[in-house]
Design a protein around this ligand. Structure first.
Ligand code: ADP
Length: 447
């Protein structure tokens, strides 16, 4: 048998319902009983008052007919017309022999009788009339009512509780359905959705909210697993290059120079791999914690200068000149130095990677409408219109054939750093005509 969960809404609803219903029915029964008793009592008293009045008229009429009439005999006649179990005593006020009906009655009426007493003047004498009726009938009626209430009220309560339990089970069935559907959803089948109960009520809204949350989770998990798959894919290539390089070198004895060459190749690949793993870690941390970079006031000119300085060697090797025009005014923003350095390194590195030798790369800072804008422009191969919308996606590379050592993570890194700084990156480029990347920061006015 199913155990009753006393903390379930269904149980509590039914229990409260039963409690309130019982209290209401008890009050109702008590009121009905009291009203009934009052009503029956009033009827008895009213009947007695009527009978007393009739009797008075009757006695006065009989007495007025003179002494020839035996008053007590006439009264006896009158009494026979009274309802069964009536009691009547009619006695002269001077204490002479009284008349009693039924004649067997004792001096006092039985205790369960309701009695009315009147003074009557008839035939010139003062009389005292006591007329009574039994309350037995009334008590029997009330006992019957009590028995009815005692047997019916529990039945009504029981039936209502069963009905209440059934109703609350029906009302809460969608909750059970949602619970078991939700239980079936795990990371493997996040595409499942909860069945909408179609009730148009709070439960329907709850289900919709749940489904929207599931959809968001589903796409977040999809992004993460695609990221993990791409990352493993990217790591496979350098690992394979390192392994085959080492295997080949070891296959037979070689000159020291050949070993050196093989080791240099391995070193180069390991460097690429380290860079890739670092970028991945950076992105993964940002994914997991939202951002997590401490921000402070800084002058963007210094960071841009540092990044350009760091790439001077590489630029020289490629015979590309980097011009920095950072201006004389401080360019203050709120940001994280290490992250912004990384952003500029990624943009400058791309500008160098995708430009032919003999060209110029310029890095400038301009200020406009409370914005600080870093502009990095090159005269390189440019980006085709169909690639432009995708270049910020992770692992996206427009020139897949080129082996420049890029993993397609530079711009997505730059983008996520920009977002963490409330900045935007926009690109103007076309195939063959160079590219201009603009990073637009909100200016920090109070240093
Ligand atoms: P990668 O490591 O391949 O450079 P990024 O995310 O930095 O990856 O850039 C994505 C793609 O955008 C690059 O593969 C390249 O095709 C294109 N791209 C980025 N910057 C430039 C640029 N300055 N000139 C031309 N193409 C660029």
């Amino acid at each position: 048998m199913q155990r009753i969960n006393t903390r379930s809404i269904r149980f509590r609803l039914t229990a409260w319902y039963a409690l309130i219903l019982t209290a209401a029915l008890c009050i109702f029964s008590g009121l009905v009983f009291a009203m009934m008793e009052q009503r029956l009592m009033r009827d008895i008293r009213r009947n007695l008052a009527d009978q007393a009045m009739h009797f008075e008229h009757f006695v006065q009429l009989e007495a007025s007919e003179g002494p020839s009439v035996n008053l007590y005999d006439e009264i006896e006649e009158f009494c026979h017309a009274l309802p069964e179990s009536s009691y009547l005593e009619f006695r002269p006020a001077d204490g002479a022999t009284p008349f009693r009906f039924p004649s067997s009655a004792r001096r006092e009426p039985p205790f369960h009788y309701e009695v009315v007493t009147r003074q009557v003047v008839a035939g010139g004498r003062n009389w005292i009339l006591e007329i009574g009726a039994s309350r037995g009938e009334m008590h029997r009626a009330l006992e019957l009512l009590q028995a009815l209430l005692f047997s019916l009220v529990p039945v009504v309560i029981l039936v209502s509780c069963l009905g209440g339990a059934w109703l609350s089970r029906r009302a809460l069935k969608p909750v059970d359905d949602i619970t078991s559907a939700a239980r079936a959803i795990s990371i493997e089948n996040l595409a499942l959705r909860l069945p909408p109960p179609g009730t148009g009520d709070e439960l329907e809204r709850l289900t919709e909210t749940w489904n929207a949350t599931l959809a968001r989770l589903d796409s977040a998990v999809a992004v993460l697993s695609r990221f993990a798959a791409d990352a493993s894919h990217e790591l496979r290539t350098p690992v394979a290059v390192i392994r085959t390089g080492a295997e080949l070198a070891l296959r037979r004895d070689r000159e020291p120079e050949a070993y050196r060459e093989a080791l240099r190749e391995i070193e180069g690949e390991s460097e690429r791999m380290t860079q890739l793993v670092e970028d991945l870690l950076f992105l993964a941390r940002k994914d997991a914690r939202g951002e997590g970079m401490p921000m402070g006031p800084l002058d963007l000119r210094e960071i841009l200068n540092d990044a350009a300085q760091e790439l001077h060697g590489l630029a020289d090797a490629r015979e590309i000149r980097i011009h920095v025009a950072a201006g004389t005014e401080p360019a203050m923003i709120a940001g994280n130095t290490a992250a912004l350095r990384r952003l500029f390194l990624a943009l400058l590195d791309n500008a160098l990677k995708y430009s032919p030798s003999g060209t110029d790369v310029s890095a400038a800072i301009v200020r406009e409408d409370q914005k600080v804008i870093a502009v990095i422009a090159d005269q390189g191969i440019g980006i085709a219109a169909e690639d432009l919308p995708h270049i910020f996606q992770r692992f996206y590379r427009a020139n897949k054939a080129r082996s420049d050592g890029g993993h397609g993570l530079g711009l997505s890194l730059a983008q996520s750093i920009a977002v963490a700084h409330n900045a935007e990156i926009d690109v103007t480029s076309a195939a063959g005509s160079g590219s201009v990347f603009r990073v637009i920061f909100p200016e920090r006015l109070h240093t």
